[in-house]
Design a protein around this ligand. Structure first.
Ligand code: SF4
Length: 335
C-alpha cells in the first residue's frame, strides 16, 4: 500500500480501494517530537510568518518525510491549501485535488467521489466495500464517544486523540480497531468520577491539545464533546459513501455545523463551550456567528505556534471554569 498524504479528512475509502494508505499530515506534524523544526523547514522555504502553523507543518512533513503524493482538498477546507498545493507541485510532489460540493447534497457528492475514484484508477463500488471494512472502527469510535459523555468513563483527551486519529486510522485500521477495543474494555472497568463541569470543544483541533485537555482535567472539568474530531469519525455514516460524506459537517456552511453543535450541547448537558481558533485562519471569523447563536457560555481561545498552554491562556481558562462553577453552585445547593 503506497502512502498518500492528506491535508484534512477525505474519503479515505477511495484511497484504500485504489491501493493507497492515507497519512494525515496534520497528525504526523503535531505528534512530531519537534514540530518547530517542521515549521522552520517551511519558513526557510519562504512561507510567511503570518501563515497558519498547520499549513507550514504539513509542508514541513512533506519535505521531511519525502512524501511524494498528496491529496489536497480545494473546496471545503482551507483556502491556504490551494497555494500549498501549488508550492508542492513546484517541488515535484504529485498533488491530487479533491473538492467537496459547496452544499451537502448526496447526488453532487456521488459525482465528486466518482471523479476522485476515476483519478485514482478505482471505482466508488470498490470504495463502498472498504467502507464496510472500516465500519467496525467507526462503530468503536462512536462507543468511545458515548462512554465519554454518557458515563464519564473516557477522558476528553482520550476522546480527542482517538477521534482525531480516525481521519486516517493511524494508517492501520486493523491495529486501530484492536487498540481501541482494548481501551474501551479498560475504560468500562473505571470508576465514574461524576458531578464534574461539562465542557464542549468546538473548532479545529488545537496545536497544544495534550496540554489543554490535561489542564482542563486538572481544573476538574470534563470535555464531553469534541466537535470537529467527532465529525472526522463520521458519526452519521448513512447508507452509502455519498451519504456519509454529506452528513460530515466540517466542509460546509458554518450553519450546518451549528445545527450539530447546538443539538450536541443540549444532548450532552454542556455547561460551557471553548471555541478554539488558529491564528491567521479564516475560520476565526466564524467566532462572530458562534458567539451570536450559541446560548451556552462560550470562551474563545487562540493558538499559534505554542505547543503548550501559555500562562495567559491558563488564566483565561481558569477564570472561565471558575465562572461556570459559580453559576452552577446555586443549582447544586438547591438554592
Ligand atoms: S487552521 Fe485554518 S488556516 Fe490553518 S489549515 Fe486549518 S483551516 Fe487552514
Amino acid at each position: 500500500m503506497k502512502p498518500v498524504g492528506i491535508t484534512t479528512t477525505v474519503p479515505i475509502e477511495i484511497l484504500q480501494a485504489a491501493g493507497h494508505t492515507a497519512v494525515d499530515l496534520n497528525n504526523v506534524f503535531v505528534t512530531d517530537p519537534n514540530p518547530e523544526r517542521l515549521v522552520g523547514l517551511a519558513e526557510r522555504s519562504g512561507f510567511p510568518l503570518n501563515c497558519c502553523t498547520w499549513i507550514k507543518g504539513i509542508y514541513g512533513v512533506c519535505l521531511d518525510r519525502k512524501i511524494d503524493t498528496v491529496l489536497c482538498v480545494t473546496t471545503g477546507d482551507c483556502s491556504n491549501t490551494i497555494m500549498l498545493m501549488e508550492v508542492l507541485r513546484l517541488k515535484g510532489v504529485r498533488v491530487i485535488p479533491f473538492a467537496y460540493p459547496d452544499q451537502p447534497d448526496v447526488g453532487r457528492m456521488q459525482e465528486c467521489l466518482e471523479s476522485l475514484a476515476g483519478q485514482l484508477g478505482t471505482t466508488v463500488a470498490a470504495a463502498e466495500a472498504v467502507r464496510n471494512d472500516l465500519a467496525p472502527c467507526r462503530e468503536l469510535a462512536g462507543q468511545l464517544d458515548e462512554l465519554t459523555w454518557k458515563e464519564d468513563l473516557v477522558s476528553g483527551w482520550e476522546n480527542h486523540l482517538w477521534l482525531v486519529s480516525s481521519s486516517d486510522f493511524n494508517g492501520n485500521p486493523q491495529q486501530y480497531q484492536r487498540d481501541l477495543e482494548q481501551l474501551l474494555s479498560q475504560c468500562r472497568q473505571r470508576p465514574t468520577p461524576g458531578g464534574r463541569l461539562r465542557l464542549a470543544y468546538i473548532g479545529v483541533p488545537p496545536v497544544f491539545a495534550r496540554d489543554l485537555y490535561r489542564f482542563l482535567e486538572w481544573q476538574g472539568a470534563a470535555v464531553v464533546f469534541n466537535e470537529v474530531q467527532r465529525q472526522f469519525a463520521m458519526p452519521r455514516p448513512g447508507h452509502s459513501l455519498a451519504e456519509q460524506y454529506s452528513h460530515y459537517t466540517y466542509p460546509y456552511s458554518i450553519f450546518n455545523r451549528l445545527e450539530d453543535i447546538s443539538a450536541e450541547i443540549r444532548r450532552r448537558r454542556v455547561d460551557g463551550v471553548i471555541h478554539y481558533v488558529q491564528a491567521f485562519c479564516h475560520r476565526a471569523i466564524g467566532d462572530i456567528i458562534f458567539r451570536s447563536m450559541i446560548k451556552t457560555p462560550i470562551l474563545t481561545i487562540e493558538g499559534n505556534a505554542d505547543y503548550v498552554l501559555t500562562p495567559h491562556l491558563q488564566t483565561k481558562l481558569e477564570a472561565f471554569i471558575d465562572m461556570l462553577n459559580r453559576s452552577r453552585q446555586p443549582l447544586q445547593d438547591g438554592t
